[in-house]
Design a protein. Structure first.
Length: 76
């Protein structure tokens, strides 16, 4: 089994967002705190495609799930 470990920058690139450290930090600062009752994939700032990717990867416990969980925590 391939235990891939992705970084925030790779996730942001996958989501079609700027993936440099400064842009990632600005994104997190701009969108936090995410209310505890809002699932990450249901946050209002995602496009439908981004939300689908996030939700599907977590539901499937795919190789992106770990870094998506880290992003979820960073936005709380």
């Amino acid at each position: 089994m391939d235990a891939s470990h992705h970084r925030f920058s790779e996730l942001f690139a996958q989501l079609g967002l700027p993936d440099d450290d400064a842009s990632i930090g600005a994104f997190i600062r701009r969108h936090r705190p995410l209310p505890p009752d809002v699932l990450l994939a249901q946050a209002p700032f995602w496009t439908p495609a981004q939300a689908a990717l996030l939700g599907d990867e977590v539901r499937r416990d795919a190789d992106w799930a770990e870094v998506i969980d880290q992003l979820n925590l960073a936005l709380r």
